[in-house]
Design a protein around this ligand. Structure first.
Ligand SMILES: NC(=O)c1ccc[n+]([C@@H]2O[C@H](COP(=O)([O-])OP(=O)(O)OC[C@H]3O[C@@H](n4cnc5c(N)ncnc54)[C@H](O)[C@@H]3O)[C@@H](O)[C@H]2O)c1
Ligand SMILES: O=C(O)C(=O)C[C@@H](O)[C@H](O)[C@H](O)COP(=O)(O)O
Ligand SMILES: [Zn+2]
Length: 367
C-alpha cells in the first residue's frame, strides 16, 4: 500500500493506494478517527453498485457499522442539482444526522456529487472518497465537489475536503477500456504541467500501462496523486497556483457542455483541450514544439486529439467566457511554457482562440 498526504493550512488527510483495500476499509477508517458509532451512507451509481457496493457494505457491517446507501444512474448527465435533491431525500429518509459520514464509491461523477452532498447536508458532514476509475485519482483528491449546470461544468459546488481517500486498484479490472484511456488524460495532464521526467516515463511505459500492469498502474496513480496533493497543499482554494490543474479544461469543459454532458468523457474533452491549448501557447509565442509531443502522447493512449468538424466555434467561445477562471468574461487559459511547465494567461485574444479551434477540427468526426 502507498500512502500520500494532502496537507493544507486547515486539513490533513491520507491517500491510500493499493490492492485489496476495500476489505480493509474499517481499519483505514479507524486510522482517521471514524468508528462504528458513526452511521454511514454509501453513494454510488448503477454501474458500480452491482460490482462493489455489497462488498463494501458487508465489510463495514461486519465491523459494526450501520450502513445505508443510495444509487443513482451512472454517467455525467446525473451530476445535477436534481440528483443532489434526490440523494438528500434518501439520506433524510434513512436517518442520517450531523454525526453521519458519506462514502463516495465510484468515479469522478459519484465523487463530485457525493462530496457536494457531504458539503451541503445539514450544512456539512464528513466524507471519504473511494475512487473506482483511473480518472478519479484526480477527482478524489483536493476537495472540489459539485454538480453541473446546463450552461457550464461544475458551476454549482464547494470546497469540502474528504477525511480520507482509499484507492483500491483492484476495482480498475472491471473498468471499460474507454474509461481507462479517459483516466490517462488526467495523468498526462499532471505530468505535462509539473514534471517532464514523468512525461518521459509515461511515454516509455505506455504499453505496460495500457495493459494494466499492476505495478506501473500504482506508480502512475501515485505519481498523479502526488502532484495533485502538492498543488492542493500549497493552494487549497485556487487563489493562484491551483488553476494550473485546469490545463486543457478551458476548451475541455466548454466542449463537454456544448456537446451535451456525456457525449465526450471528461478525459477525452481534456485531451482535446490540451492539444488545443498547446497549439494556443505556440501561436501566442509562449513556447515552441509542445503541441506535437502532446498530441503524440495523447494519441498513443487511445485518446482523441481533434474537435468534431461539427463543433460550433462561436458556442465554444461563449462557454469559455463563462469559465470559472475568467474574470469579466476575458478568455483565460493555462498555457504551456514547455513540457512540464505551464502558466496562467489572462485576456487571450479571441482571434488566436478562433484560429486554434478551427485548426483543431478533425475531418470525419461529429457528435
Ligand atoms: N473534483 C475534481 O477535482 C475533479 C477532477 C477531475 C474530474 N472531475 C470530474 O469527474 C468526472 C469524471 O469522472 P469519471 O471519468 O470517473 O466518470 P464517471 O464517474 O462517470 O465514471 C465513468 C464510468 O465508469 C463507470 N465505472 C466507475 N467505476 C467503475 C469500475 N470500477 N468498473 C466498471 N465501471 C466503472 C461509471 O459508472 C461510469 O459509467 C467529471 O464530472 C469531472 O468533471 C472532478
Ligand atoms: O482540482 C482542480 O483544481 C482541478 O482543476 C482538477 C480538474 O481536473 C477537475 O476537472 C476539476 O473538477 C475542475 O475544476 P473547475 O473548478 O474548473 O470546475
Ligand atoms: Zn479534470
Amino acid at each position: 500500500m502507498r500512502t500520500l498526504w494532502v496537507e493544507t493550512t486547515t486539513h490533513r488527510y491520507p491517500i491510500q493506494i493499493g490492492s485489496g483495500l476495500l476489505q480493509r476499509l474499517p481499519s483505514l477508517l479507524e486510522e482517521v478517527g471514524w468508528t462504528p458509532e458513526r452511521r454511514l451512507f454509501v453513494v454510488t451509481d448503477t454501474q458500480v453498485a452491482p460490482l462493489y457496493l455489497k462488498e463494501a457494505v458487508t465489510t463495514l457491517q461486519q465491523a459494526g457499522y450501520t450502513v445505508g446507501s443510495v444509487v443513482f444512474p451512472a454517467g455525467e448527465s446525473s451530476k445535477t442539482l436534481q440528483t443532489l435533491e434526490q440523494m438528500t431525500g434518501e439520506a433524510l429518509r434513512q436517518g442520517l444526522d450531523r454525526k453521519s459520514g458519506i462514502l463516495a464509491l465510484g468515479g469522478g461523477v459519484v465523487g463530485d456529487a457525493a462530496g457536494f452532498l457531504a458539503a451541503t447536508f445539514m450544512r456539512g458532514i464528513p466524507f471519504v472518497q473511494l475512487p473506482t476509475t483511473l480518472l478519479a485519482h484526480d477527482s478524489s483528491v483536493g476537495g472540489k465537489v459539485g454538480v453541473n449546470h446546463p450552461l457550464g461544468k461544475n458551476m454549482i459546488g464547494a470546497f469540502h475536503q474528504p477525511d480520507l481517500v482509499v484507492f483500491d486498484v483492484d476495482t480498475l479490472k472491471t473498468l471499460p477500456s474507454r474509461e481507462i484511456a479517459s483516466g490517462f488524460a488526467e495523468v498526462i495532464k499532471e505530468a505535462l504541467i509539473w514534471d517532464e521526467t514523468f512525461v518521459r516515463w509515461l511515454e516509455e511505459n505506455r504499453a505496460g500501462l495500457m495493459a494494466l500492469d499492476a505495478a506501473r498502474l500504482v506508480e502512475a496513480i501515485a505519481g498523479g496523486c502526488r502532484m495533485k496533493a502538492e498543488v492542493v497543499s500549497q493552494d487549497e482554494k485556487e487563489s493562484g497556483l491551483r488553476a494550473i490543474l485546469n490545463y486543457g479544461h478551458t476548451i475541455g469543459h466548454a466542449l463537454e457542455a456544448v456537446a451535451g454532458y456525456g457525449q465526450f468523457t471528461h478525459g477525452e474533452a481534456v485531451a482535446i483541450g490540451m492539444v488545443g491549448e498547446a497549439l494556443l501557447g505556440e501561436r501566442l509565442g509562449l513556447t515552441t514544439n509542445v503541441s506535437q509531443r502532446t498530441q503524440a502522447l495523447i494519441q498513443s493512449y487511445g485518446l482523441p486529439y481533434q474537435l468534431p468538424t461539427t463543433a460550433e466555434v462561436d458556442e465554444l467561445l461563449v462557454a469559455m467566457r463563462r469559465d470559472k477562471k475568467a474574470a469579466q468574461g476575458a478568455l483565460t487559459f493555462v498555457l504551456p511554457r514547455g513540457i512540464g511547465s505551464v502558466e496562467i494567461v489572462k485576456e487571450v485574444p479571441e482571434a488566436a482562440v478562433r484560429q486554434v479551434l478551427t485548426q483543431l477540427k478533425g475531418e470525419g468526426l461529429s457528435w
